[in-house]
Design a protein around this ligand. Structure first.
Ligand SMILES: *Cc1c(COP(=O)(O)O)cnc(C)c1O
Length: 463
């Protein structure tokens, strides 16, 4: 951010003007990406270094009123903090973002934070579009996880479509055995009717847990007076497959239902994004929710709500209560600028390779154990059957893996609890263990996890 006028001011210090002009080129190259971001408002191709990101955040946060050395701050909320440490932890955005009536409204005391939030929205929007969601029109970074964001999106959609939610307070939800989306929907006072999952051959893979379109229609018909929405899922642990969202999208359009897709960690797979794009084109998709930490390698705390309807995004923004923390938007902007589009694409490529390694290693292990990998085509995780193991052995597996310092595998012991399978034990004839090759995982952790899994199998067989 070096201008010619500055060079002129320095000319009488003994350094020739041409030398200063020539030297400022290097400095300007460093700040050029910042200027380009202001102009293009989209994800840069190449990632930035930490100095560049720090400089951007410094410039933006110093537009906030609490940084003005002459400002007379007499309100009850003035971005006051007890220690500089807090300011450092929040990138200087002590005032937060939004106004009481709208999450994305410009905050007069925090022009810089508002700009930062806006850039975070635009940069993530451009990345989502370029990765495959080319038909979304708008997106919003929200300071809440996936479950709460589902509730917020539904609340906004009810307001947008002017649906009387006391009369119509039922929501169809395809079976996702995860408490957070269920709680997020219940939080806004809606009631859930679960569309049960089944196991077997389906529209997506030769076997896996899926939901059935005819069953969705018949459950809807029984409750059509009170149902306002359907929540579908595109990303869940193997052997769950994505819902048939193209058909559900047509069904939602025909029956004028709100349709929200829980795409918690689906951004890493171009195949999943393609399915969503197809669903948007085929019928009615109102909002798509993705977790910022699972998709974009930020600390936990944020989500992106995307939509093919920009007015709906505005209503969702207006449904948020109060001022919000700037941290999730800042974390996302920081992460995306550091990776750039090319950095993200290369992580997606690595994810695919890692999934392939995980699949082939687990396949070998399965053969040795007389087990099998469930052939569900999941784009992130693998499920290995545990049909030859006793319930006692299965119950020990998790503990052994934990003690071997492996975090993340999930053991679904259907005799103990069906929760997690997205179906029940009359459908699925074996227990299983799930391992993930999610974006950001290191290849060596995949290989080590397999080693430890082998070790744990030996340990449980020994006992
Ligand atoms: C992780 C996850 C959630 C929960 O996300 P939170 O951010 O903890 O609310 C919900 N649904 C699915 C499918 C998930 O994978």
């Amino acid at each position: 951010m070096w201008e010619k006028s500055i060079t002129k001011k320095l000319e009488n210090l003994g350094i020739p003007l041409h030398m200063l002009d020539r030297s400022s080129i290097g400095l300007r190259a460093h700040t050029k990406p910042i200027i380009q971001l202001f102009e293009q408002r989209s994800i840069p191709d190449e990632g930035w270094n930490d100095d560049q990101i720090t400089q951007l955040l410094y410039v933006l946060s110093h537009l906030d009123s609490d940084k003005d050395p002459q400002s007379i701050r007499i309100g009850e909320r003035e971005g006051r903090i007890s220690t500089q440490l807090l300011s450092n932890q929040i990138g200087g955005f002590c005032h937060g973002v939004g106004r009481s009536g709208e999450l994305a409204a410009p905050q007069p005391k925090a022009a810089g934070a508002s700009l930062m939030q806006n850039l975070s929205n635009k940069v993530s929007f451009s990345l989502l579009k370029s990765l495959g969601l080319s038909n979304i029109k708008s997106s919003l970074v929200v300071p809440m996880g996936t479950g709460m964001s589902l509730g917020l999106a539904l609340r906004g959609a009810l307001a947008h479509f002017q649906i009387n939610s006391t009369k119509k307070n039922m929501v169809l939800m395809t079976q996702i055995d995860h408490n957070s989306p269920i709680k997020g929907i219940k939080y806004i006072g809606a009631e859930i009717i679960t569309i049960p999952g089944h196991f077997g051959k389906n529209y997506y893979a030769s076997e896996g847990v899926y939901t059935d379109m005819a069953e969705i229609e018949s459950i809807f018909q029984k409750n059509s007076d009170s149902v306002c929405a359907i929540i579908t899922n595109c990303a869940f642990f193997a052997p769950r497959v994505p819902d048939n969202i193209k058909e559900i999208s047509k069904f939602a359009k025909k029956n004028e239902l709100i349709h929200i897709i829980n795409n918690a960690y689906g951004v890493q797979s171009s195949d999943i994004l393609k399915i969503i794009r197809g669903a948007i084109d085929a019928g009615k998709v109102d909002a798509i929710i993705q977790s910022t930490d699972k998709c974009f390698l930020t600390p936990v705390g944020g989500a992106i709500i995307a939509s093919p309807n920009s007015e709906l995004i505005q209503t969702i923004s207006k449904s948020y209560a109060g001022r919000a923390s700037a941290a999730p938007a800042m974390h996302l902007l920081t992460s995306l600028l550091s990776m750039g589009k090319n950095g993200y694409l290369s992580k997606m490529k690595q994810q695919k390779e890692n999934l392939f390694i995980l699949q082939s290693e687990l396949k070998n292990l399965a053969e040795n154990l007389g087990e099998k990998l469930i052939d569900c085509g999941n784009k992130v995780s693998c499920a290995l059957t545990l049909s030859k193991f006793s319930q006692d052995q299965i119950s020990k597996l998790g503990g052994f893996l934990y003690n071997l310092r492996v975090t993340g595998p999930r053991i679904i012991d259907l005799n103990k609890s069906e929760f997690g399978s997205c179906t029940n034990k009359t459908e699925i004839p074996f227990s299983y263990v799930v391992m993930n090759a999610a974006i950001g995982v290191e290849k060596k952790h995949i290989l080590l996890a397999i080693q430890m899994l082998k070790k744990a199998f030996i340990q449980i067989q020994d006992k």
